[in-house]
Design a protein around this ligand. Structure first.
Ligand SMILES: C[S@@+](CC[C@H](N)C(=O)[O-])C[C@H]1O[C@@H](n2cnc3c(N)ncnc32)[C@H](O)[C@@H]1O
Length: 259
């Protein structure tokens, strides 16, 4: 074992939590080297990761790219009104609360059991600034008032796919309705070469919004590897240069492409 290996010796960690929620078999697993980092798996798929000691520390690369947008969207201290489609480990609403305490997050989560699990095992605490509604995000979004959100973060999955009711041009128009004029829609897509799903989502976004960007690792963008694509859409100019700097500085490096 090298020196680094000795330093990274595993620490005692809590046993995994395995529970059936309303819709999935859920597991919460503590990281071997940093037990405060917990990964949520739903039916064996990674559905979120949160560091219970430091909600600013996001470990999933796609979540860091969304955090890049949060960081360049408003200066530190300025609040952001966000709607989150999909709760999972509630990592992103907690990142927003930790980095911009004046923010307000409303999280739409389909599975009441996921919310219960997050409360009991992932230290989720709801407050007037971090509220959770249980139900289908498409139905819950429909009753939100016009122009109520700075950010809508779409991070909900049916298996590896964005649910059908959260896809398509009509849904993109619904997201556009609830966004403030300078608001941004962030959509996380999981795809494999040749990126048919990401291209279809990007086309729906382009039909509705003036500006669309893709952010992903270079191999994913070149359709050589599977992975996450983060799509950003807005009627206002997107902070492309700042996002490109953040993506280039990321380890591993990612790329920003205008659609
Ligand atoms: C990838 S996780 C979300 C991770 C989350 N963004 C975070 O910060 O930890 C996806 C979640 O979307 C939820 N989901 C799936 N379909 C949904 C729907 N139609 N409406 C709301 N939530 C949904 C799943 O139950 C799962 O908890």
């Amino acid at each position: 074992m090298n020196r680094r290996g000795r330093e990274r010796r595993a620490r005692p960690r809590p046993a995994p939590v395995v529970q059936r929620t309303d819709l999935a078999l859920a597991e919460i697993v503590a990281d071997r080297f940093r037990p405060s980092t917990r990964t949520l798996l739903l039916d064996g798929r990674e559905a979120g990761q949160v560091d219970l000691n430091d909600p600013r520390r996001l470990t999933f690369a796609y979540m860091r790219r969304i955090a890049d947008l949060i960081d360049v969207f408003r200066p530190p201290g300025a609040g952001i009104d966000a709607l989150h489609l999909g709760g999972g480990a509630f990592a992103l609403p907690r990142y927003l609360a930790a980095t911009r305490p004046a923010s307000r997050s409303e999280v739409f989560e389909l599975d009441a059991g996921v919310v219960k699990l997050a409360r009991e095992h992932l230290m989720l605490r709801t407050t007037p600034k971090l509220r959770v509604k249980v139900g289908d995000a498409a139905d819950l979004l429909r009753v939100e008032p016009d122009r109520c959100a700075d950010l809508v973060i779409g991070d909900a999955f049916d298996g590896p796919h964005v649910p059908a009711q959260l896809s398509g041009a009509a849904f993109a128009a619904e997201v556009c309705r609830v966004l403030k004029p300078a608001g941004v829609y962030v959509l996380n897509v999981i795809d494999v070469p040749p990126l048919d799903e990401a291209r279809a989502h990007a086309a729906d976004l382009r039909a509705t919004f003036a500006n669309v960007l893709w952010i992903a690792p270079p191999g994913v963008l070149r359709a050589r590897a599977p992975g996450n694509v983060v799509l950003l859409a807005s009627d206002a100019a997107l902070p492309e240069a700042a996002l490109r700097r953040a993506a280039t500085a990321a380890v591993p490096r990612e790329q920003v492409l205008a659609a």
